[in-house]
Design a protein around this ligand. Structure first.
Ligand code: ZN
Length: 373
């Protein structure tokens, strides 16, 4: 079964094709759940759609103290259009490298979390305990964690570790994201008589300079820097010889702590005038003060593995933490996992097998520290 070693377990998780879309995390979730049950964990599953399975497992726990949450996602991104030189699912190795889709992002992280849970499972009784949250549907907008946060399954947690790829460097947060389509309507007419129509593309084009020059008026965050805005898509018209009656732009805003998404959306509405806004992602930033006491302990635990005292840094990507913190309100959070951030979503994705094994030791140390075992 390959559940004894972190590299073998990563390989066995990679063999489940959880490419999203369509996702199909169920078999992978059931596999992890069966192992956890064998190790004495209580396991609950949650499906937000057929085969889109997330899992919540716990061990230990007391009335007074909140558990430590370890979390990761089970889905992986598509293989991309470039050909792979290594099989994306078979777990081929070369030196220290383990190749495959999801090796870095983030089945290695999930495997390491599972094995750390296994190592300490017998000692968690009458301690604050551990809650392991493995999600479906992270890669297309953190949908699985959004649904989990609306269920009653998450319970409580006093701190959270997100096992996304960081080369075992503890990051203290990441930006938030606000993404929407702005849709413009016009009136169609023959391309030879444009004065009879209303051109929706012109309407969309008119607001774009305002977006490009948009001044957030927000202070720079000392670690994350400033917020950003990008117009990522533009669509409109159906043929060159007609006045287009519809056009849409896709806008991606990344926010920093202290910004309010509702206020920002109001400013966008003012700027975009009559456009219809369709918000499809609204996730707040995640940030824990690096001086926070538990974060300092995490830094201390990671120090030997990163070769220096960790500095306050944040991840460039989004994580499920943005949703899970809606339930685990105020829990200090770090993003910390064995994968290579630069390898996420790449052709010939790989991770370092050495780092995967090290991360088992790091997660174990974090559980020991939290549960005092
Ligand atoms: Zn990821």
């Amino acid at each position: 079964m390959g559940d004894r070693d972190a590299v073998l377990l990563t390989k066995s998780l990679m063999r489940f094709d959880t490419v999203n879309p369509p996702g199909r995390e169920r078999d992978c979730a059931r596999h992890a759940g069966a192992l956890l049950k064998e190790w004495g964990f209580r396991v609950d599953y949650h499906e937000y759609e057929q085969t889109r399975t997330s899992l919540v497992a716990r061990a230990g726990g007391t009335r007074e103290a909140k558990p430590l949450c370890l979390t990761g996602h089970l889905d992986v991104v598509p293989l991309g259009s470039r050909a792979w030189t290594h099989d994306p699912f078979k777990g081929e190795t070369d030196g220290d490298r383990l190749y495959g889709r999801g090796s870095s992002d983030m089945k290695a992280g999930v495997a390491a979390m599972l094995l750390a849970c296994k190592a300490l499972s017998k000692r968690l009784q009458n301690t604050p305990g551990v809650v392991l949250v493995l999600t479906a549907g992270e890669e297309n907008g953190c949908i699985g964690s959004k649904h989990l946060a609306q269920s009653q399954l998450l319970g409580k947690a006093g701190a959270m570790v997100v096992g996304e790829p960081t080369s075992n460097y503890p990051f203290v947060g990441h930006k938030g994201s606000l993404k929407f389509h702005a849709r413009f309507r016009g009136v169609s007419a023959h391309g030879s008589m444009p004065h009879l129509g209303v051109n929706a593309i012109y309407k969309a084009a008119r607001v774009i300079p305002g977006l490009e020059a948009f001044d957030f008026g927000a202070q720079e965050h000392p670690v994350m820097g400033g917020p950003t805005l990008n117009v990522g898509t533009i669509e409109g018209g159906s043929t060159v010889n007609a006045v287009p009656d519809a056009a849409a732009i896709g806008v991606d805003i990344r926010t920093v702590p202290g910004m309010r998404h509702d206020a920002l959306l109001e400013r966008m509405k003012d700027l975009l005038g009559e456009a219809e806004l369709d918000v499809f992602s609204d996730l707040p930033p995640v940030w824990t003060e690096p001086q926070q006491e538990w974060v300092q302990r995490v830094f201390e635990i990671c120090k030997p593995y990163v070769g220096e005292a960790p500095q306050a840094r944040t991840a460039p990507y989004m994580t499920d933490a943005a949703n899970l913190l809606k339930v685990y309100d105020g829990a200090p959070t770090v993003v910390l996992g064995p994968g290579e951030p630069a390898m996420a979503h790449q052709t010939d994705e790989y991770c370092s097998m050495e780092r995967v094994r090290q991360s088992v030791a790091i997660y174990e140390a974090l559980i020991r520290d939290w549960c005092r075992v």
